[in-house]
Ligand binder design. Structure first.
Ligand SMILES: *Cc1c(COP(=O)(O)O)cnc(C)c1O
Length: 764
């Protein structure tokens, strides 16, 4: 399969090349040279990922089929529970919002980065990719998650200060990946979008970037790698209807799609082209009804104001993917002509056969009414985008239709509440709570976790400053992240530790200022570890500067010094040009720290058992089950290491030793199996905790609070002072309640929910 440009059909490039390029040099979009057949009748029982592999490999013929399946499975493993759900209501709702960012864009944006990284690697492309994306809300976060810490790909997202919902803002601004930056631009979406387009066409900037060995690409839906994954769910949902005996195979089904940039609906057109029995494809718009006008009059006219609606992801005037449809209905020559018209006059006319399409729009009142009606009549909750679609289905008087449901109602809680006749509050989390209490519809995990997330991105600029920001971003040094660690896990004194999703990060670069470097060396552990590594390999040290962002609290038993040591070593490895051999890094880190308890999990991630003997570190990783989560109870006081060590006896009764041996063996296995009863028993310790707990003021009261919580157990992290609670993953414990109880104690405690870090330290 080759891909052509909509503005030059003689150009023929491979799938991998089309994905890497994103957009053709002639300004056109890549399209497949034909639609391959896919017989759904013969593929009714495929899983989602298998079906995706089959369909995508018809297009991406230059991807190895097994590799493709691996990429697909990895990408969709980020979804909560099922990948797609179909709700059988008066209409069918194809719920496409169970990905990490609760919008349908996850379908393409979890996969595109993996396709892109694969394509780059297999084509031998070494340059850095800088993804530059303007977003009206959903694309930005889906792209940030999709490209989360992807090697050699950085991402800069620009969202307008007007029109993006509070939840969408918070989702983006709290993104903590090392390869991302999020910037708010004063103005509306069109301002952000046009500013980005200007950058893409600015030869000076491109030349500057090239000097930095970087090329620009986009995550917007012009990339063919975003379009193709969306074809799959049309087939999959059709198969579901057949399998549930709603229809017979071969019966036609109509799909109604909330439309903005025309990507989602175009994927339906591709599915039809591949042989799916599609009745009508219905384009649903909000008050920005440019497309309805086009499909009814034949004239596409953007000479109008963009209206701000309650379905902001559809607030678009120029639907980029329409260009692809025009091409499929005509030729590259016609496309060139129409796109010229669009630029010069803001409009074009096209007379084609669009009999497979219908179009309609719904205003705010109709949208709100549809939310209310569907909820009151059917007990089913939909978001404003899906509701626009439902309203259009009813307005057009269509029969039972497959409605593409593109976002979770919780992303737009205020609008949904208002539609249901409630008075939303200023605080969006309160609205989410109210919506939950009213409807009992499950809140998506990632939205629940947003509350209390740290705001990382705070840059707000005028649009004429974008170029400066892009260059600044592209010129950054390398970055390292090292996770916090919790050693002495339960009975595993001096042996068992794990890495947690809390990080010290830094940006570093070689520096000319030797004096400052020497100064830093005197007291900063990162610099010392850096220098130690050079000395270790007898290399001449290169002065360096670190810009540290430390989130791991110091001297609380969470491995903050281990993190600094690992960071310094990794920077040294990078500057010396050494491979990041984890065992080698561990060797040096252990010789600096004196023991591997914290540095081992910090480097390897997950839960590890480590033993130091004769200067050699032995290490095993535990395949820790996903059934547990951790809650750190971090006091505002430190335990002195000396005192903590001094508290331990020289010898132990045999009974205590035996007690710990059995517990630690059980602990390792229970961490793997996920058996909570065994874990409960296995978390007990008689070696260091009984003595050390005595050093913690009010320990009796704390233990009582822990007992009353639903924790499976707890332990002193490292040598304290943090106490770590181990909980069942899906236990809805009340952090608020624990916090309130802790508030009554004389010391102050911070409570932090932490996940296990599985990756360990990494550099980008
Ligand atoms: C992006 C988006 C749409 C529009 O999809 P297009 O492919 O741009 O037409 C509809 N609903 C939601 C929630 C979206 O995020």
């Amino acid at each position: 399969m080759k891909f052509l440009s909509t503005r030059n059909a003689d150009l023929k490039i491979s799938g991998r090349q089309a994905i890497v390029k994103g957009i053709s040099d002639d300004g056109g979009l890549f399209v497949p040279e034909y639609f391959p057949e896919f017989d759904i009748g013969k593929n009714l029982d495929l899983s989602y990922t298998k079906m995706a592999q089959k369909i995508l490999s018809l297009y991406l013929t230059d991807f190895d089929k097994d590799d493709l399946l691996e990429l697909i499975e990895k990408s969709y493993s980020t979804f909560e529970d099922e990948i797609v759900k179909i709700a059988y209501q008066k209409d069918y709702y194809l719920e496409l919002y169970h990905g990490r960012t609760s919008a349908f864009k996850d379908f393409a944006l979890c996969l595109l980065p993996n396709l892109l990284a694969y394509a780059k690697k297999s084509l031998g492309i070494k340059e850095k990719t800088l993804i530059l994306t303007a977003t009206s809300g959903d694309t930005g976060k889906a792209a940030l998650e999709g490209f989360y810490n992807t090697e050699d790909i950085d991402i800069l997202v620009l969202y307008p200060t007007e029109g993006v919902s509070d939840i969408q803002k918070l989702q983006m601004d709290s993104t903590d990946s090392l390869n991302s930056k999020v910037i708010a631009i004063e103005g509306n979406f069109d301002d952000a979008q046009s500013a980005v387009k200007k950058i893409f066409n600015d030869e000076n900037i491109k030349a500057d970037l090239k000097e930095k060995n970087t090329y620009l690409s986009s995550a917007n839906s012009i990339n063919i790698g975003r379009l193709l994954p969306q074809v799959v769910y049309y087939f999959y949902s059709y198969a579901d209807l057949v399998n549930k005996n709603e229809i017979k195979c071969g019966d036609k089904v109509s799909f109604c799609v909330p439309t903005g940039n025309f990507g989602d609906i175009l994927a339906g057109f591709y599915a039809k082209g591949m042989g799916l029995p599609v009745g009508k494809l219905i384009i649903a718009s909000n008050d920005n009804n440019v497309l309805t006008d086009f499909f009814t009059t034949g004239t596409y006219d953007v000479n109008r104001d963009l209206v701000k609606t309650i379905s902001p992801s559809m607030d678009i005037l120029v639907s980029s993917n329409l260009e692809r449809l025009i091409f499929h209905k005509s030729s590259d020559e016609v496309v060139r002509e129409k796109m010229e018209d669009l630029i010069n006059k803001g409009s074009f006319s096209f007379d084609g056969d669009f009999s497979e399409f219908m179009a309609g729009f719904a205003n705010k009142k109709e949208t709100e009414e549809a939310i209310k009606k569907v909820y009151e009549d059917e007990g089913y909750l939909i978001d404003p985008h899906t509701s626009v679609t439902k309203a259009v289905v009813d307005k057009l008087g269509l029969g039972k239709t497959m409605i593409l449901s593109t976002a979770s109602p919780y992303k737009f809680a205020a609008s949904v509440l208002r539609a249901l006749g409630e008075n939303p509050k200023e605080d969006e989390f309160e609205n989410i709570r109210t919506l939950y209490e009213k409807t009992q519809v499950k809140i998506p995990r990632e939205i629940r976790k947003l509350k209390g997330k740290k705001i990382i991105h705070k840059t707000k600029i005028k649009k004429d400053k974008i170029a400066t920001e892009v260059l600044k971003f592209a010129g950054r040094g390398k970055r390292i992240a090292v996770p916090a660690t919790s050693a002495n896990l339960g009975p595993g004194f001096d042996a068992l530790g794990l890495a947690l999703g809390l990080y010290n990060t830094c940006e570093f670069r070689p520096s000319n200022d030797k004096e400052i470097f020497e100064e830093n060396l005197k007291e900063n552990l990162i610099y010392q570890a850096y220098k130690y590594s050079f000395d270790f390999y007898k290399e001449k040290q290169v002065p360096v500067s670190f810009d540290l962002e430390a989130d791991i609290p110091v001297s609380r038993g969470l491995g903050s010094s281990a993190a600094c040591i690992v960071m310094g070593i990794m920077a040294a490895f990078d500057i010396m040009g050494r491979d990041f051999d984890k065992k080698e890094i561990l060797k040096i880190a252990t010789s600096i720290e004196g023991h591997p308890d914290n540095v081992a999990p910090a480097i390897f991630g997950g839960a590890v058992v480590s033993i130091l003997e004769n200067n050699q570190v032995y290490l095993e990783k535990i395949a820790i089950s996903d059934k547990f989560k951790f809650l750190a109870l971090i006091p505002d006081f430190r335990l002195s290491t000396k005192e903590a060590r001094g508290a331990l006896p020289e010898t132990y009764p045999k009974a205590d030793a035996v007690f710990n041996i059995s517990r630690v063996a059980m602990l390792v296995l229970a961490l793997e199996s996920g058996d909570e009863n065994n874990l409960k028993i296995a978390l007990q310790d008689k070696i260091h905790q009984p003595c050390r707990f005595k050093l913690i003021p009010e320990i009796g009261k704390i233990e009582e609070i822990i007992r009353d919580s639903r924790a499976l157990g707890s332990y002193l992290s490292g040598a304290g002072s943090t106490i770590m609670l181990v909980l069942k993953k899906d236990d809805q414990i009340s952090e608020k309640e624990i916090r309130e109880k802790l508030g009554k104690l004389s010391k102050t405690y911070d409570l932090k929910a932490l996940e296990i870090d599985k990756k360990g330290a990494f550099i980008i």
